[in-house]
Ligand binder design. Structure first.
Ligand code: S3P
Length: 169
């Protein structure tokens, strides 16, 4: 079976649903942000604060290139992974792209307690920023093999839908 690659905005459930899927399918779970942190020996927040977003994006592109070495795994990407078209091509080569989405209000509610690991949203006008970024990235998130809106379903229900899709392909 191909790798399963989860894309989507922050707070759409990539990590939670990815871990759940990996357990159900008996596969290893890989989180691209954690791969970057291991390679740099720094947290995502530290990379943003000390070296800036452009530097983080370079590490992100490298971590995505390295995914080609994995087989039969479930991968959760960072929300901005799809910004560089080169990354989109590499992710597509790597496996089936499953896109997770949610509405801006739900995203803001979910990330309320965790803006430390998400420097882009560590500000007061979060709803406006989320809405603007979602709009900018919309087309990239739509470019996937399967889409699940996680706004009003549980991670377990989202995982069910993805498993059903995997049985069809
Ligand atoms: C980002 C999403 C984050 C992390 C970084 C940038 C983005 O990952 O990669 O803070 O640009 O959307 P999650 O989507 O796992 O929160």
């Amino acid at each position: 079976m191909k790798n399963i690659v989860l894309i989507g905005f922050m707070g759409t459930g990539k990590t939670t649903i990815g871990q759940m899927l990996a357990t159900r399918l008996g596969r290893t779970f890989i989180d691209v942000d954690r791969e970057i942190e291991a390679a740099c020996n720094m947290s995502v927040a530290q990379i943003f604060a000390e070296y800036g977003e452009a530097c983080f994006r370079e590490h992100e592109s490298q971590a995505i290139k390295n995914l080609i070495n994995y087989r039969d795994v479930v991968i959760a990407t960072g929300g901005g992974s799809v910004l560089a078209i080169e990354n989109v091509h590499n992710l597509k080569k790597c496996g089936l792209l499953i896109s997770l989405g949610a509405c801006p209000e739900v995203i803001v509610e979910r990330i309320e307690k965790d803006t430390v690991t998400r420097p882009l949203l560590n500000r007061h006008d979060r709803l406006q920023v989320v809405t603007a970024l979602l709009h900018e990235r919309k087309k990239r998130y739509q470019n996937a093999d399967f889409y699940v809106d996680t706004s009003y379903i549980t991670p377990c229900q989202a995982a069910d839908r993805i498993v059903e899709f995997l049985l069809e392909v």
